[in-house]
Write a protein of this length. Structure first.
Ligand SMILES: Nc1ncnc2c1ncn2[C@@H]1O[C@H](COP(=O)(O)OS(=O)(=O)O)[C@@H](OP(=O)(O)O)[C@H]1O
Length: 322
């Protein structure tokens, strides 16, 4: 009897583990399903794409379809950071330029999926017509020297775009994202989370705090790529008025200036734009209302970042208003 119960428990544990893994990998499986389909389509097109794009006595593939598909290419530029600094708004608004196309989701090839190979990366890229450029954004790239090395080995001439934000605003934004995702786990306030009670100093062990140390993160990128390959923008200024940043980004990519039709949307409280005559704003997860932080705690957070900010400004040769 005991053995039978043990077998049932064993069985339930296995079912539990399988279920958990399926849930965890569901999105990744979905992704790779699409990728496999893309790859199969590519192989088929390779097979049929002889001179006339026809199989022997079989179906023909429209010439322009083949050449359109074949124009899928690696990115010309990557937005490498930083998290919660306006990367989504930047890439979506950059795509209002008729020559810019972007990977819809974050790329994560050079950090999470490097083992899948650059063919996988390319297969996720948008299809380009002549004179168009492809971009992607992955805010976590900026955090690692290894990623910088990988990207350099991949393409030393690639253009990199960095959008930064007042690190205290960034910290609160990361906190709010975590709170929204894990409401039961985030019970402490911003101050209680990031300021040590006993010493009234910032808790430097917290990853969210470390993510605001921009000079440290950018140093390897500047060493590896040099200043000319990296456009560094102020996310706070971009949020208030995106046009100057968008203009510089177009110039940086060597594109003709294009007047992106963005406008301040009062009800969203942020800039939005028109897409096929419809208003398009970012989803509610972007542009959350920040809580009021008690001024004493705010001062502790601000003064913690004063020196790292100065290091950053010195390193990049320009100042931001934070
Ligand atoms: N036009 C527009 N609409 C909405 N949000 C805007 C816009 N421009 C900049 N931002 C700021 O972008 C912040 C989110 O940054 P990211 O897109 O980089 O976040 S993420 O790292 O991809 O999760 C987001 O941070 P929070 O305000 O803290 O939510 C916004 O302040």
């Amino acid at each position: 009897m005991m053995q039978k119960q043990l077998r049932i428990i064993n069985y339930l544990v296995i079912v539990g583990i399988v279920y958990r893994n399926i849930t965890f990998y569901k999105s990744k499986l979905w992704d790779s399903y699409h990728t496999s389909v893309d790859n199969i389509v590519d192989i088929l097109f390779d097979a049929v794409a002889d001179e006339n794009y026809c199989l022997h006595g079989g179906p023909c593939v429209p010439k322009n379809y083949v050449s359109m598909y074949k124009s899928q290419s690696y990115p010309d530029a990557i937005i490498i950071g930083c998290k919660k600094c306006g990367t989504r708004a930047l890439i979506d608004m950059m795509c209002l330029h008729p020559q810019i196309k972007a990977l819809r989701r974050e790329g994560h090839y050079f950090d999470d999926f490097y083992a899948l190979g650059d063919y996988w990366y390319k297969s996720r890229m948008p299809i380009l017509a002549d004179h168009e450029v492809a971009i992607e954004k992955t805010p976590s790239y900026m955090l690692s020297r290894l990623t910088a090395e990988r990207i350099y080995n991949f393409n030393p001439d690639i253009k990199l775009i960095v959008i930064l934000r007042n690190p205290v605003d960034r910290l609160i934004s990361d906190y709010l994202q975590k709170q929204a995702r894990f409401p039961k786990a985030v019970v402490l306030s911003v101050g209680e989370t990031y300021i040590k009670n006993k010493t009234n100093t910032v808790d430097e062990t917290k990853v969210h705090v470390q993510k605001g140390l921009y000079a440290k993160q950018l140093k390897p990128w500047l060493e590896i790529f040099g200043t000319k390959s990296i456009l560094i923008e102020d996310g706070n200024a971009f949020t208030k008025d995106p046009l100057p940043t968008l203009k510089r980004a177009q110039q940086f990519l060597g594109l003709k200036p294009h007047n992106n039709h963005v406008y301040f949307n009062k009800s969203k409280g942020f800039y939005c734009w028109l897409e096929n005559s419809q208003t398009k704003c970012l989803a509610g997860a972007k542009g959350r209302k920040h809580p009021k932080i008690p001024s004493q705690q705010m001062n502790i957070l601000k003064s913690y970042y004063t020196k790292p900010n100065e290091d950053l400004f010195k390193m990049i040769g320009k100042r931001f208003d934070w």
